[in-house]
Design a protein around this ligand. Structure first.
Ligand code: DGL
Length: 245
């Protein structure tokens, strides 16, 4: 069994990539809507929250855990790897993808303040900086996406991204953001998007092989920490990319 978690339904953007290539496994997707958003949480609090989720997933029999949340990865991955006895795979903003694919292009990196303020982000940015990148802290955006407030999302993006001109690359540094690619295009035009989900799939494949985890008939369990049934319905709906906002 493989465990995946995020502060809510955003991690579905990672999970649907996983399912494309690794469909025959048992999965638990843990949506922590009780503690959403993670983006503005204090480091100590986020460590306690995510450690409890990982312990739960391990107790349920998960042999690998995927952190499908950039904020939790940036702040907690080293801590969780010390405390938890199964491999932990962690997403990160796809700055390296820009470095590898369109180094010259003017780039906008969108992420939560938790991610952008983290040391991990600063290190990553420094390592793959194309010297033509701008960083935008999108405070509150993941909450609007989580709540499905479509009109407010459009207003938010107009107000926040309106000042950015001639952007070629957009790094979606929060797993909620791929859901609103079309809304972002309305403001920034026909940009290229980069997110860390493909990297996660590669890494997960490697860990599955290393840990000799066998294929089995597919089962997906969705857990919402608030017990919200509506989130369950949304999750199943969003597994299909054509239903994104
Ligand atoms: N989806 C998350 C991320 O990738 C967290 C958003 C939030 O809870 O603030 O950062």
């Amino acid at each position: 069994m493989i465990g995946i978690f995020d502060s809510g339904i955003g991690g579905v953007t990672v999970f649907k990539e996983i399912l494309k290539e690794l469909s025959n496994y048992k999965y638990i997707y843990y949506s922590d809507s009780l503690n959403n958003p993670y983006g503005d949480k204090k480091e100590e609090d986020l460590k306690v929250i995510t450690l409890n989720i990982c312990k739960y997933l391990v107790n349920r029999g998960c042999k690998i855990i995927v952190i499908a949340c950039n904020t939790a990865s940036a702040i907690c991955k080293d801590y969780l790897r010390e405390k938890i006895n199964v491999p932990i795979i962690a997403i990160e903003p796809a700055i390296k993808m820009v470095y590898d694919n369109n180094y010259q292009g003017k780039t906008l990196i969108m992420a939560t303040s938790g991610t952008i303020n983290s040391l991990k982000f600063k290190e990553l940015f420094k390592k793959y900086d194309n010297h033509n990148s701008l960083v935008c802290k999108c405070v509150g955006l993941a909450d609007l996406i989580e709540e499905g407030k479509k009109n407010e999302i459009d207003k938010y993006l107009e107000n926040t991204l309106g000042e950015y001109k001639d952007i070629e690359n957009v790094v979606l540094g929060c797993t909620h953001y791929p859901l609103i690619k079309n809304n972002i295009k309305k403001v920034l035009g026909n940009v290229k998007f980069y997110d860390g989900s493909k990297g996660i799939v590669k890494e997960l494949k490697r860990k599955i092989e290393e840990n000799h985890i066998k294929e089995e008939s597919r089962e997906i369990e969705f857990i919402d920490s608030k017990g919200k049934n509506s989130n369950k319905e949304r999750f199943w709906h969003l597994i299909d990319e054509s239903s994104w906002y």
